[in-house]
Structures are given as structure tokens and as C-alpha cells.
Design a protein around this ligand. Structure first.
Ligand code: ARG
Length: 461
């Protein structure tokens, strides 16, 4: 039957409605392995400080190891009335080592410093998983970019044809934000690598326990230097939820393009059958559900993040029970992203591009007008005038429903004496991308350098 971690000053037990409200084991039980690891480190701190004998310590560790094994394969479970993971684990430990020894473990620690430590330990591990999954997606984008070679697509601004670009350049443009997300995760971990354990309820411990030793045992770089901050702060958790939301947003921007490219009107891509879905009524349908779920989950991840910030806003120091609300949003963020990322990567890795169609459309919609203007600049025409002249070319073509390269020599010279047949050398998508050979540009040799840099990065990650 459940036991409580408190009760001495109460003359009745908690009302059943309170128990229902207060219980958190349905979500915090996933922290049980981290709680047990924390207990083992804490037991060693108690031993060092002389609060456990060597024999008691060994018995405690054996009990905790047995408990960890039972938790791992489900033999040890929380029951109704266990207030939280800490309460459940104390009950389960006492079942294994007896109340005399089991009752000694809680000295000098509080659920406040425990929970703050456990969530960091858990999220640090999840961050490593997420980083590996994001890395796989970057690798899939680079693979596709390398396969695309010098294929050209319409580059867009305002979703309108703007200038031709290499498909590889566009795909790499989706890789870079993910590269930055990886560095965000790494830098976040530096801040998360401080352990709140030893802060007690808020004021620290009077039992001579060494938080440095506990921190090291748990894989943290150091303990938090302020016991109030250690138990009250959740900025590190909020930052993690921000990074998750941002990864979601970055996936969602690529997802939106996959959805658009996959329409009959665009016809740029074909999704692999294994990564698309059908309709229960329309037999012809083949839908981009992975991309749509990515787009949808981005909203959910943003909600998790803003919800957590709203919980934290205006909370006074130190611990308040509100802080229990930090867990579900970040657990959900982890669950959603770790499920989404592998499917998303599979979808990207198996996309096929209709590069012929993309190349056909790339120079259309007057996407080479800038090339006319820049050709004029190279002949000495001020850009302001060159812009007007190229704009007139567009106007003439638009009225005749033709493309810029279809202007006759006579039309060119009548638009401007600065124009002549020589301008046609830049009136191709290939010429346009080749000309953009400045650093970071879409010229094939620049894109090849960029892909090499990305490749080197993922290989080293
Ligand atoms: N379950 C709580 C949380 O998640 C930790 C327990 C602290 N409870 C307390 N009454 N001080 O934040």
C-alpha cells in the first residue's frame, strides 16, 4: 500500500480529490532510473559524511541496484496514492531493504533538489539522442544535394520566381539551420551540466554532504553554486523546450516546401511509397502526411514552450509546486521530436526530384531579369538605369506572352541602345547560376565547396 513522505503534523490523510490532483507518477515515472542513480550518489555522500556505515552503504547500493533492475523490466511500478516518483521509489526501496535502512536515504536531500537534478539528467540524455537524429537529417539533405549535382531549380522570394539556383544550394540552405540547432544543443548542455543535488529544499544541507561528489557521480561538470537558484530555476528547461520548438519550426519550413513541391501544379518531387499515405475514400491519393505532421507538430512544440514560459512567469523564489508543470511539456517535446525525426529523415532521403521540370521552369517567369540588369552594369550602365531597362524588357515580354530570351535584336535595341544580342549570353539558367560565383553564392563551384564543408561537419559529428 502507498506510504507518504510526510504526515507527522497532519491529523488526517489527504482528501481523495487532492490525491488525484497531486499524483504525478503517470508522467514522472520515466525519471525513476535517474532518481535511483541520484540515490546511489546520495548514498555515497551519506557514507562519506558518516551518516551510513560501510555495511549499510553496501546494503543500500545492493537494494537500489535490485530496484533499478525491477524498474527496468517493469516489476517495480508506482501504485495509486504514490504522490510522485520519489515517494514510489522510497516505498519500493523499503520493500527491499526494510524501513530501518530505507528510511535513512532521505537525509539531507529534498524532492526539490532531486527533481531539479533528475530532469536535467534526463534531458541531457535526450539531447544526445535528438542531436544524433538531427545529424542524420542533415546527412540525408547533404546526400540529396550531392546527388542533385548541378540541377537547377526556380529560386523564389515571396513564393514567386526570383532567380535560378542550384537544387543542391536550396537543399543545403535547409541543412544550415539544423547545423545551428546542433550547436544550440551542445551549448545548452554546458549550462545543463550543473547539478542542483545537495541544495536540499532551498537552503543547502547541514549534514556535511558534498554536492561536488554527487555532481561528479551523476555525470555533471559541477554542482549549482546557489541552493535557492538550484531548486527554483527552470530556465535551463525552458531553453531546452525552445530548442525543441526551433527544431520543429525548422523542420516545418522544409515540410511546407515538400508539401508544395508535391502538388500536381509544382510537380517537383515524388515521395517514396513507404513515406506517404493513402486515402480511405479516394483511391488515387498519395499524401505527404509526414510533412504535414511535421508542420502540425511544430505548432504543438511552440505550445509546449510558451506554456512552460507562462508557468514560470512571476513565480517567486524558491520552489513552488507550479514547477511540477515543467515536465509534461518537455517530455512531450522529446517524444514528438524523437518520433518525428526518423520518419522525416526517411522521407527526405527517399525523395526523387523531377530535375527536368525544375530546370524547364527555372528561367521562366522572367527570373533572368536581374541578369540583364547586371549585364548592363558590366557594360558601364548605372544600376538604377539598368534596373529600369530590364524592367521594360519584362513589360514588353509580358504583353507578348513570351520569355526574355525570345526578344528580337530589334526589340532589344529599341528598348535601350545599351542592349544588344550580346545580352543573350546571360539569358540562360546555367549562365545565371554560373555568374553567381561570389562566396556563399549558387555557382556550382561555390556550392561544391559548401557541401564539402557540410560533409566534413557531419562526418565529424
Ligand atoms: N513532484 C514535484 C515536481 O515535479 C517534486 C516534489 C516537490 N514537492 C514538494 N511538495 N516540495 O516538481
Amino acid at each position: 500500500k502507498p506510504t507518504s513522505l510526510w504526515g507527522g503534523r497532519f491529523s488526517s490523510g489527504p482528501a481523495p480529490e487532492l490525491v488525484r490532483l497531486s499524483d504525478s507518477t503517470h508522467f514522472d515515472w520515466r525519471l525513476a532510473p535517474y532518481d535511483i542513480a541520484g540515490s546511489k550518489a546520495h548514498a555515497r555522500a551519506l557514507l562519506t559524511a558518516g551518516h551510513l556505515s560501510q555495511g549499510e552503504y553496501e546494503q543500500m547500493i545492493a537494494g537500489l541496484d535490485a530496484l533499478a533492475a525491477d524498474v527496468a523490466y517493469g516489476a517495480a511500478q508506482p501504485i495509486a496514492g504514490d504522490e510522485d516518483v520519489h515517494t514510489a521509489l522510497e516505498r519500493l526501496l523499503i520493500e527491499r531493504v526494510g524501513a530501518e535502512l530505507g528510511g535513512k536515504l532521505r537525509a539531507g536531500r529534498s524532492r526539490n533538489d532531486q527533481i531539479a537534478t533528475l530532469i536535467r539528467a534526463y534531458l541531457r540524455e535526450q539531447a544526445a539522442t535528438l542531436a544524433a537524429q538531427v545529424r542524420d537529417l542533415i546527412a540525408a539533405l547533404i546526400d540529396q544535394a550531392e546527388r542533385a549535382g548541378t540541377a537547377i531549380m526556380p529560386g523564389r522570394t515571396h513564393l514567386q520566381h526570383a532567380q535560378p539556383v542550384l537544387l543542391a544550394h536550396h537543399l543545403a540552405a535547409h541543412a544550415w539551420p539544423l547545423v545551428r540547432d546542433l550547436s544550440r544543443l551542445t551549448q545548452w548542455d554546458e549550462r545543463a551540466a550543473r547539478s542542483p543535488y545537495g541544495a536540499g529544499a532551498l537552503a543547502g544541507s547541514s549534514l556535511g554532504l558534498d554536492p561536488r561528489q554527487v555532481a561528479t557521480d551523476l555525470g555533471f561538470a559541477a554542482p549549482e553554486p546557489n541552493s535557492i537558484d538550484a531548486t527554483a530555476a527552470r530556465d535551463v528547461i525552458a531553453e531546452f523546450s525552445f530548442i525543441c520548438a526551433l527544431i520543429g519550426v525548422n523542420l516545418s519550413r522544409l515540410a511546407e516546401e515538400v508539401i508544395i513541391w508535391n502538388t500536381a501544379e509544382f510537380g517537383f518531387i515524388t515521395l517514396h511509397d513507404g513515406y506517404s499515405t493513402g486515402s480511405s475514400i479516394m483511391p488515387q491519393k498519395k499524401n505527404p502526411d509526414i510533412a504535414e505532421l511535421a508542420r502540425g507538430k511544430a505548432g504543438r512544440l511552440i505550445g509546449n514552450h510558451t506554456g512552460l514560459l507562462a508557468t514560470l512567469k512571476a513565480l517567486p523564489l524558491a520552489y513552488n509546486r507550479d514547477l511540477q508543470e515543467d515536465k509534461e511539456p518537455v517530455f512531450d517535446a522529446v517524444d514528438q521530436l524523437t518520433t518525428l525525426l526518423p520518419a522525416f529523415t526517411g522521407m527526405i532521403a527517399t525523395l526523387t526530384f523531377d530535375t527536368e521540370r525544375m530546370a524547364h521552369l527555372a528561367p521562366r517567369g522572367f527570373a533572368l531579369a536581374t541578369d540583364i540588369a547586371e549585364w548592363l552594369v558590366r557594360t558601364g550602365v548605372p544600376f538604377r538605369d539598368a534596373h529600369e531597362i530590364a524592367g521594360t524588357c519584362v513589360k514588353v515580354c509580358e504583353a507578348q506572352h513570351k520569355e526574355l530570351w525570345e526578344l528580337t535584336d530589334d526589340e532589344l535595341t529599341s528598348i535601350s541602345p545599351h542592349l544588344n544580342a550580346g545580352v543573350r549570353e546571360v539569358l540562360s539558367a546555367e549562365g545565371s547560376v554560373a555568374a553567381r560565383s561570389g562566396y556563399g553564392g549558387t555557382a556550382p563551384e561555390r556550392v561544391a565547396e559548401q557541401l564539402a564543408e557540410l560533409r566534413e561537419f557531419v562526418d565529424a559529428t
